[in-house]
Design a protein around this ligand. Sequence first.
Ligand code: SAM
Ligand code: SF4
Length: 326
Amino acid sequence: MLIDNHGRLVNYLRLAVTDRCNLRCFYCMPEEGNKWLSRDELLRGDEMLRISKILVNAGVEKIRITGGEPFIRKDIMQLLGDLSKLPGLKNLSVTTNGVLTAPLVPELKKIGIRSVNLSLDTLDKNRFFTITHRDEFDKVMNTLDQLLIHNFSVKINAVVMEGKNIGDIIPLVNLTKKSPVEIRFIEEMPFNGEGSHYPVLHWNFEKILDHIRTSYPEIRKSEDEPFGTSTNFQVPGHAGKIGVIAAYSRTFCGTCNRIRITPQGNLKTCLYDGGVGNIRDLMRNGASDEKILTTITERISRRALDGREAERMREPVHESMATIGG
Ligand code: SAM
Ligand code: SF4
């Protein structure tokens, strides 16, 4: 078992498989895109599988594939298939923007994936374009339909942005009336490749909840997932749920069970740290599995207490979420 220096169990890996993306979400990267990693800098499929195997053998039970946009990678279905066969891995899931995902849904199901997080900040085609700088709304909605038709457990991630999609909060909650989806409203974090968009966070979790209560005063607290980041609610009688993720306020660090590997193989033991070691270089320099594991456990044993401490210990944040994986 992997236990950090604050007694927290680490059993969840978020693996970002690419920094590239077919959208340009305003809160994630500049319109012109990031300075992309070269093919050589990116982890290869066999390297990602190796890191995953080492970590699953050490007690990791859940892996989420993220990015950039995971389905941009040509070898992604092969990697998902290989990961799904790892003995000891109980939960394999994907976070996607949904642009390329719809035709792959049946295959994802065959592989054994049961839950997908779909990023969708608006139900309005024009606002989608304003936020993502790409005209791909219909494809994303088709992915949502396909996931529901194939009985996936679907969580919709919606970043709440002042002046961009506040008018979408209630329509998104309305979706939960008939659909068994979980809509998760996320506080905007300063990971847009530039630095914060606002001097202060306008929409924190409390304000988001107050806004929902203006239309749905009857919302009730519902069960939170163990180690989850979202605080969950439900409108009585609705099929789906609502979650609020205090990603900027960082109210959930006390039970954080996750580590991250970035597309170039950096290990992050906190979303807000600047990277605590490069596993790709270790592997390419011939390190054994044992050496890789001891390096990771050593870093886990020096983990920041919370996101505030991690942020204090680094250079100012200017990276894009596409190089972290969310
Ligand atoms: N491209 C995929 C997608 O969009 O679902 C996976 C990668 S994306 C970086 C993972 C998640 O991070 C998405 O749900 C996205 O909304 C969220 N995200 C990106 N930038 C963010 C930011 N600045 N603040 C809060 N969430 C952010
Ligand atoms: Fe791409 Fe996801 Fe970032 Fe949007 S949030 S630009 S879809 S990586």
